[in-house]
Design a protein around this ligand. Structure first.
Ligand SMILES: Cc1cc2nc3c(=O)[nH]c(=O)nc-3n(C[C@H](O)[C@H](O)[C@H](O)COP(=O)(O)OP(=O)(O)OC[C@H]3O[C@@H](n4cnc5c(N)ncnc54)[C@H](O)[C@@H]3O)c2cc1C
Ligand SMILES: *[C@@H]1O[C@H](CO)[C@@H](O)[C@H](O)[C@H]1NC(C)=O
Ligand SMILES: *[C@@H]1O[C@H](CO)[C@@H](O)[C@H](O)[C@H]1NC(C)=O
Ligand SMILES: *[C@@H]1O[C@H](CO)[C@@H](O)[C@H](O)[C@H]1NC(C)=O
Length: 624
């Protein structure tokens, strides 16, 4: 299904640590015997940010439990040109959704990172942020402090932006304003030095379709642009939470990270009449342990597993807990609900073989040469990433009558629905649909012939109505929860109709010069017979997949436990000393790939945790 299966790379895990990079090992027994202040569940994107910021205070003892292996130093994780290869490997939980009735009953593959760094270890390196109204909506839903302007310092804090030379910026059409970026954060961002042969055509093609070149980090992201990537500029390796927030700090005596440690549940006890998180139960090497946290337990297990762990710990509803023998400690009706994911369609074109980028790597001789070049000089095919992007407002895809018709189909008047509905507006300049071109097959679709080269146009809907849920199907943490995104159900039918219209625009990109000069013909879906037209609606139903940006299952949604799972300080309603810090707290989708926003959430979350720690310390001192 994925390129990893196509080219079968051999994932060799070599743990060779350079000087100053000593990864401190702790045994499971020692971890369980330690009195931590904070235990973080999941050493993923957000979890390692929080671990880093808290343990910067030498008086705070932090423990992190990560189910995956390290993954540090595995080329499949750190090599940009191997983008996508770790999907479906040992570094992926490999979830599947329930069969989706509106998608021909297909279950969809649902990738999630399982390693230090979590999904930031296997993601596709895109670094960006959403529109000002996207975050302002979070605040409007009842979460003060989460509007765009308040978030700016947290967007910048994780980042060190490495600007290109003016000549490079001109040659490769890089539009940016350095003032929108961070200058001293752990994650390095930079533009690629080498591009696919198609890159030179991309901007002009979209400009011919009326989409202008724009800088996209200042609160408005629509336009055509070259992607910024989370890559170290010196050696062209992945810059992610494990390599930047954890490894250089792994020698801190007050920070302990245990990998291959599966958390089974949070221990919630009655302390002074309040449900209180006091620690976690985890399994390592077949042995179950308990670890204690004096200050807080922080769930950073991601959008799928943070709600799973809440339910396993007795936070949820009797409907979902009682059948599995779990008694409800805290009735919290939104745990696992409000799952919103991004949906994607993939069009495949046969292209001029001279512009293909990754598929030459299918040839073991080419791959070996590229690996040598990459390891010795950090150049070549293995530094090339997909970075031809366009975020396009609705009026490029839909006529006004049709937009108004779609809006008239929306059912429901809850705040979240009204927010998404407000974006279904012909006059708004918001990047409602994302298009990416890459001269490569990142997702195997159709029946590609080995002697030909292919290019892909991806289309991804940014403000979906489809809303589903995640719930446990067993009392065991090892059994994957049921993931039902309910794509195209209910108001989700509007997503389906929008995707179908959008694909006409996607196809027009391929037919527009100068990109059309390297495209030999459409392969998926096949060119229609003369006198007929492609049935895009049918295509959407049969071919839509997830592009793996789920949010919302532990949403902060204002209005207390009857509206959301956590409050605006990310504290779980109904349980003391328990927070969620990861993508699951996002209440409503943003027009953007998520990692930059998840890092920002984690930085802001860490700040709030440290503030609360200080307050408590002062109060304790005051009492003495
Ligand atoms: C294939 C893929 C490509 C993507 N591409 C991009 C991109 O190019 N740009 C972008 O901005 N975003 C991208 N994303 C999205 C982005 O990477 C994620 O939204 C983000 O990393 C999620 O961070 P998180 O902290 O919420 O969860 P994660 O980073 O997934 O962290 C959760 C961690 O918890 C661990 N865990 C879970 N359950 C347990 C348990 N019971 N016990 C112990 N540990 C546990 C997991 O192993 C994992 O390490 C992509 C995502 C995927 C999957
Ligand atoms: C690449 O460089 C970064 C930053 O200097 C460093 O942390 C990392 O270990 C290097 N990676 C490899 C594989 O050399
Ligand atoms: C608007 O778009 C819809 C959907 O494609 C189409 O059926 C309709 O004819 C269009 N209307 C106008 C006025 O172009
Ligand atoms: C669409 O957006 C415009 C511009 O913000 C606004 O004036 C108009 O009221 C909106 N239309 C609807 C139906 O919400």
């Amino acid at each position: 299904m994925f390129i990893s299966k196509l080219v079968a790379p051999i994932a060799t895990l070599i743990l060779c640590l350079g000087e100053g990079n000593v990864v401190e090992a702790i045994t499971a027994a020692a971890f369980a015997a330690t009195s931590f202040d904070y235990i973080i569940v999941g050493g993923g994107t957000a979890g390692l940010v929080v671990a880093n910021r808290l343990s910067a205070n030498p008086h705070i003892k932090v423990g992190v439990l990560e189910a995956g292996t390290s993954g540090l130093d595995d080329p499949i994780i750190y090599t940009p040109g191997k983008v996508g290869w770790a999907v479906g490997t040992q570094y992926d939980w490999g979830f599947n959704t329930e069969p989706q009735p509106e998608l021909g009953n297909r279950p969809l593959f649902y990738s999630r990172g399982k390693a230090l760094g979590g999904s930031s270890a296997i993601n596709f390196y895109v670094w960006m942020r959403g529109n000002k109204p996207d975050y302002d909506a979070w605040a409007e839903l009842g979460n003060p402090g989460w509007d765009f302007n308040s978030m700016i310092p947290y967007f910048k804090k994780p980042e060190t932006f490495n600007p290109p030379t003016p000549l490079h910026a001109t040659n490769f059409k890089l539009d940016y304003d350095a003032a929108d970026h961070g200058t001293s954060g752990p994650i390095n961002t930079c533009y690629s030095t080498q591009y696919s042969g198609a890159h030179q055509h991309w901007h002009e093609t979209l400009e011919h379709l009326g989409v202008p070149r724009r800088d996209t980090f200042g609160g408005s992201n629509w336009g055509v642009w070259t992607g910024l990537t989370s890559v170290n500029p010196t050696n062209r390796t992945r810059s992610y939470s494990a390599s930047e927030y954890y490894r250089p700090y792994s020698g801190r005596p007050n920070l302990h990270v245990l990998t291959e440690a599966m958390v089974l549940k949070v221990i919630i006890q009655n302390v002074g009449g309040h449900h209180t998180a006091t620690g976690v139960q985890f399994r390592h090497g077949g042995v179950t342990h308990t670890a204690n946290a004096g200050a807080e337990v922080i769930l950073s297990a991601g959008t799928i597993q943070s709600p799973q762990l809440l339910e396993l710990s007795g936070v949820g509803t009797s409907t979902h807990l009682t059948p599995h023998g779990i008694s409800v400690k805290v009735h919290s009706p939104h745990v696992g609900e409000n799952l919103q994911d991004r949906i994607m369609n993939v069009l495949l074109y046969e292209i001029d073989p001279t512009v293909a980028n990754q598929s030459p790597l299918k040839d073991p001789v080419v791959l070996a040469a590229a690996e040598t070049e990459y390891e010795t000089s950090h150049t070549g095919l293995l530094t090339v990433l997909p970075n031809d992007f366009a975020y396009v407002p609705l009026h490029y895809l839909l006529n006004e009558t049709y937009t108004n018709h779609l809006r008239s189909l929306v059912v429901g008047t809850d705040d979240r629905t009204l927010n998404i509905k407000s974006k279904l507006n012909h006059s708004l300049a918001l990047g409602s649909m994302e298009y990416v071109f890459d001269p490569n097959i990142l997702f195997q679709v159709g029946d590609p012939e080995p002697t030909k080269e292919y290019g892909t146009i991806f289309q991804m809907l940014q403000y979906p109505f489809s809303t589903g849920h995640i719930h446990i199907t067993s009392s065991s943490a090892d059994v994957h929860p049921k993931i039902d995104p309910k794509y195209f159900e209910g108001n989700g039918q509007i997503d389906m109709l929008t995707m179908a219209e959008g694909l006409k625009f996607a196809d027009s990109i391929a037919r527009q010069s100068p990109l059309s000069s390297i495209i030999l013909g459409r392969v998926v879906p096949p060119e229609p017979a003369p006198g007929t037209e492609t049935d895009w609606l049918e295509f959407v139903k049969e071919n839509t997949v997830s592009d793996w940006h789920p949010i919302g299952t532990c949403a902060m949604n204002g209005g207390g436990i009857h509206k959301g799972v956590v409050d605006e300080r990310l504290r779980v309603h109904g349980v003391k000393k328990l927070r969620v810090v990861d993508a699951s707290v996002i209440p409503v989708q943003i027009s953007s790939h998520l990692q930059g926003t998840v890092y920002a959430i984690a930085e802001k979350g860490a700040d709030m945790i440290l503030q609360d720690f200080e307050c408590k310390r002062r109060r304790r001192r005051g009492r003495r």
